[in-house]
Design a protein around this ligand. Structure first.
Ligand code: CAA
Length: 381
């Protein structure tokens, strides 16, 4: 891996950093309180080309790569982890399956509007009884002439209420296990596509996680992604990329926790001296700094493999696992360094603590990442 960023990658990172510092700082604080979707910020990000970073220019995207994408998600997440995951779910989970598995007609119809942000995307895999066990899909799609008729329920779908496009997984042949799962591109304005409720969550308040239900939803047969039965593989390949996005989000949260802790350690005095003068605090800061850098390197390694078209399943699981646990540890230490104030809403670190937790859960829990990694290392021993 070349550790030197290209000019285009640096520029994308710097544009995202400037935008995050100037526009997202207040948004991050406000939307945590109001739970409102940051629509104006998302529209601006669309204009900056940040909603189609790795989409080729021929489909209206910025034509950059996954390394640039990871750098951008980190920068956004430093100031607002909700915005980070809204962009990540839209890009990795909503747009990528169309780029990676779609026909030319599907790419031309959907990607330009997704790259501009006119249409947001979501990814509907998880079901009430099928979370970690993603193959246990109960949602059913039955062929009826030129349509599939879909019935079922999906849970915890990021961008569910706002998305115009949903990558939907459903069983077309229930007797064939995961080989019976198919993927569809669904326009959410179609009759029978229902947003049942938005969850009231611990953190990432502005990134809405919805329960969706489908009642006799008619999906044109031409909106099948790939072939019937390919859905599970499309989901797994999509998650290989999605986990890079979540790893980058976690790096952003961990970095925010470190930066807030450094500032506070210089400002706050105890026993007549700044916190930064005490070894107990210095060691915490040192560990946080090491882990943030290590998490970023793992994330960029996975992104770089994906950009070269090489398998990245193990590395994206490693990046997501390590970055998520780093975010949780860094946020916990940041609250500890801030003492009683860290437990109040006067400082941002209590939000980082709540936002960090989800990175250990969504797009595959830490336990699932360990399962994926151990599968690879045991096979290749
Ligand atoms: N790429 C391509 N194919 C893959 C693959 C990958 N990364 N991983 C597995 N496959 C293929 C296998 O090769 C196998 O194919 P064959 O049967 O043809 O040989 C098939 O998929 C089944 O593989 P496994 O036997 O390993 O599958 P499994 O049923 O044991 O499940 C699992 C594996 C890793 C546990 C998987 O179910 C998984 O990742 N679970 C977690 C799901 C998840 O992350 N959900 C989050 C959804 S998104 C979200 O959080 C909401 C949001 O909006 C943010």
């Amino acid at each position: 891996m070349d550790l030197e960023l290209t000019e285009a990658q640096r520029e994308a990172r710097d544009v995202a950093r400037r935008f995050a510092r100037e526009k997202l700082d207040r948004v991050g604080i406000e939307v945590d309180r109001t739970h409102q979707f940051p629509r104006a910020a998302i529209e601006e990000l669309g204009k900056l080309g940040m909603l189609g970073i790795f989409i080729p220019q021929e489909y209206g995207g910025s034509g950059l790569d996954n390394v640039a994408y990871a750098l951008v998600i980190e920068e956004l997440s430093v100031e607002c982890a909700s915005t980070g995951v809204i962009v990540s779910a839209h890009s990795s989970l909503g747009s990528w399956p169309i780029l990676g598995a779609g026909s030319e007609a599907q790419r031309l119809r959907y990607l330009p509007k997704m790259a501009s942000g006119e249409w947001l995307g979501c990814f509907a895999l998880t079901e009430p009884q099928a979370g970690s066990d993603a193959a246990g899909q109960k949602t059913r799609a039955v062929r009826d002439g030129d349509f599939y008729v879909v019935n079922g329920t999906k849970n915890f779908i990021t961008n569910g209420p706002e998305a115009a496009i949903c990558i939907l997984f459903a069983n077309t042949a229930p007797d064939q296990g995961h080989h019976g799962i198919s993927a569809f591109i669904v326009e959410t304005s179609s009759p029978g596509f229902n947003v049942v409720r938005t969850e009231d969550k611990m953190g990432i308040h502005a990134a809405h996680s919805a329960q969706l239900s489908f009642s006799d939803l008619r999906v044109p047969a031409e909106n099948l992604l790939g072939s019937e039965g390919e859905g599970f593989k499309i989901a797994m390949k999509t998650l290989d990329g999605g986990r890079i996005g979540i790893a980058a989000q976690a790096v952003g949260i961990a970095r925010a926790a470190l930066e807030a802790s450094l500032k506070y350690a210089h400002e706050r005095k105890t026993f007549g001296n700044p916190l930064a003068s005490y070894q107990a605090i210095q060691w915490k800061l040192a560990d946080m700094a090491v882990e943030v850098d290590a998490a970023r390197l793992l994330t960029l390694q996975a992104a770089s493999l994906k950009d070269r078209g090489e398998p990245c399943t193990k590395q994206s699981a490693m990046a997501k696992l390590f970055a998520a646990e780093t975010a949780m540890k860094a946020a916990t230490e940041a609250v500890q360094i801030h003492g009683g104030y860290g437990y109040t809403k006067q400082f941002k670190v209590e939000r980082f603590f709540r936002d960090a937790k989800i990175t250990e859960i969504y797009e595959g829990t830490s336990e699932i990442q360990r399962l994926v990694i151990s599968g690879h290392v045991l096979r290749n021993r």
